[in-house]
Ligand binder design. Structure first.
Ligand code: NAG
Ligand code: NAG
Ligand code: NAG
Ligand code: NAG
Length: 307
């Protein structure tokens, strides 16, 4: 263990037991700074650590020895970076996290300083925030902790192959759009019409569509990314290869398998070479649909690659 580590300490504060969260919510305090943010203009609030602990939406308290303090709320934060400093710098951050990994350490009702041997997991300490729909872990790289979440209440999905994390949200544009206009709609807000990589994603989209559009009827679709490649519909080849344009999605074969998708190539002689998430009154979630505006296509799913 490096001597530098000895200068760090972790204090578990106010291990007050809430009836609902039991003893899972903790403030973990280290010497640190929010990257490129000073405290000169911050208000004085010597009780800010407690304020953060007690405020449901607070995820981080940033303060200095003179009692100036800034609080960061979950809903208003998309990215945050914290850099470890030393005691001499006089800056502190307190992460509000779920520290189940540290539960077995002895804790006191008073401030306790843990040295390396009482909290040996400092290096692998998992700082997990459990406020929104997805648990978010502060990632540590070198001496920097970073926090990243999706905008608003968008849903986060971790994908493997390739290993990326995406955010998505079904939406109802004000008018009926075709596939090109749907892409433009998402892009006008800085997002993409998202592709769907897994069955878990398409099932989540379908459930969220019913929230976005209460009373959603069967066969009413929301566009997702993907257009059947030309060789599949030229000469009636009938294959199911789709070209994606979001720039990050690789479709898992199972998504378009008959266990999850109803692909029919056309309906009433109208070609169906685009993809939508649809409630078909069964366990299937994906249908091939027309690329032209239709009153059976009322929405779309925007998304972006978070990291
Ligand atoms: C965050 O904002 C969403 C809507 O934007 C709201 O539904 C939710 O209650 C907020 N969460 C907290 C903890 O304030
Ligand atoms: C903790 O630090 C002490 C020196 O203060 C050292 O002797 C000991 O080996 C360290 N324990 C661990 C688990 O690294
Ligand atoms: C969609 O609408 C645009 C603008 O009206 C039009 O240029 C385009 O051809 C339409 N069809 C498709 C499939 O994009
Ligand atoms: C596709 O579904 C069939 C059953 O309909 C199943 O036998 C096959 O293993 C599935 N393929 C994949 C890639 O999941």
């Amino acid at each position: 263990m490096s001597p530098k580590l000895l200068t760090y300490f972790i204090i578990f504060i106010s291990i007050l037991i809430r009836s609902d969260d039991a003893d899972l919510i903790k403030m973990t305090k280290i010497f640190g700074k929010v990257v490129s943010l000073g405290l000169n203009d911050a208000p004085e609030n010597s009780g800010c650590l407690k304020t953060c602990y007690e405020s449901e939406d607070c995820i981080l308290a940033y303060f200095d020895t003179s009692g100036r303090c800034l609080l960061f709320n979950f809903n208003e934060t998309e990215t945050l970076e914290v850099e470890e400093t030393t005691k001499a710098d006089g800056f502190y951050v307190a992460f509000k996290v779920c520290l189940s990994a540290c539960l077995f350490f002895r804790m006191s009702m008073f401030q306790t300083t843990y040295q390396n041997d009482t909290c040996p997991s400092y290096d692998i300490l998992s700082l997990q925030v459990n406020i929104g729909p997805d648990p978010i872990t502060w990632k540590k790289s070198g001496t920097t902790f970073s926090f990243q979440k999706c905008v608003g209440d968008w849903k986060m999905f971790h994908r493997t192959g390739p290993e990326i994390t995406v955010c998505m949200q079904p939406m109802l544009p004000p008018t009926l759009l075709n596939i090109t206009q749907s892409k433009e709609y998402c892009e006008s807000m800085g997002y993409k019409l998202t592709g769907v990589a897994t069955v878990e994603e398409s099932k989540w989209i379908l459930e969220k569509m019913k929230v976005v559009k209460p009373g959603l009827d069967y066969w009413v679709s929301f566009y997702i990314d993907g257009i059947r490649i030309e060789k599949c519909f030229e000469f009636n080849q009938r294959c199911n290869e789709f070209e994606l344009s979001d720039g990050y999605t690789v479709i898992d074969d199972v998504v378009l398998n008959s266990t999850n998708a109803a692909l029919t190539y056309s309906y009433n002689y109208i070609p169906e070479n685009c993809l939508g998430v649809v409630d078909m009154g069964s366990s299937l979630t994906i249908n091939d649909i027309t690329c032209e505006a239709s009153d059976l296509i009322i929405g779309l799913v925007c998304g972006y690659k978070l990291y």
